[in-house]
Ligand binder design. Structure first.
Ligand code: FE2
Ligand code: FE2
Length: 195
């Protein structure tokens, strides 16, 4: 199918695809290790969702008549580098909470791009429904851990990961300024690109 997909959009879709695969692999490993219970159930669903998201992007790119661009570094890798490896389930959930919020923010920003390709819009709409649940279940699970770790410790972790997230996202924007400019070309998003 012929389309007017720009190189930047194609790169962005490939980035999303790669990022969703990395997320799926991350959650798959944890889901395989945790003992049976609600957490195992939610983590397994989360893993399955992220893997489906990577498929939706693969399908969308193909539907538009393209192939994914090859990428080496996922956003998540930079996270673990900046914030350090999480050492327990609480830290895994805290880092994921921050990351999932960033994902929803990024997809929402993309939805505001004028004249958005309908295939991209359809794919983001479909994914965002699942991403909302991801934030919900993680918040709930984090709350249930307050007795064990303490609210203060959990909040400090969240703040630490938020700081790392801001840095990594700022760096991503900086390194790919030209490529990502299209996300900021409308009035609503204008002025958001910084640092
Ligand atoms: Fe996802
Ligand atoms: Fe997610």
């Amino acid at each position: 199918m012929a389309s007017q997909l720009s190189d930047n959009e194609r790169w962005m879709m490939s980035f999303y695809r790669y990022s969703e695969i990395t997320g799926a692999l991350f959650f798959g490993r944890i889901a395989a290790l945790v003992p049976a219970g609600q957490l195992q159930e939610d983590l397994t669903k989360h893993f399955a969702d992220e893997s489906m998201h990577s498929w939706y992007w693969t399908e969308a790119i193909s539907e538009l008549g393209y192939r994914p661009v090859s990428l080496r570094n996922a956003y998540q890798d930079a996270y673990l580098e900046a914030a350090g490896l999480p050492v327990n389930l609480m830290e895994i959930l805290a880092i994921t909470n921050v990351f999932e919020k960033r994902v929803i923010g990024q997809y929402s920003r993309h939805l505001r791009v004028p004249d958005l390709n309908p295939v991209i819009k359809k794919t983001i709409d479909r994914i965002v429904e699942d991403e909302k649940w991801h934030i919900q279940w993680i918040n709930k699970a984090l709350k249930s851990m307050a007795d064990k770790y303490g609210d203060d410790t959990i909040n400090k972790k969240l703040q630490k990961y938020k700081k790392a997230d801001d840095e990594i996202y700022g760096k991503l924007l900086q390194e790919n300024q030209e490529r990502l400019q299209f996300l900021f070309n409308n009035t609503e998003n204008a002025g958001e690109i910084r640092s």
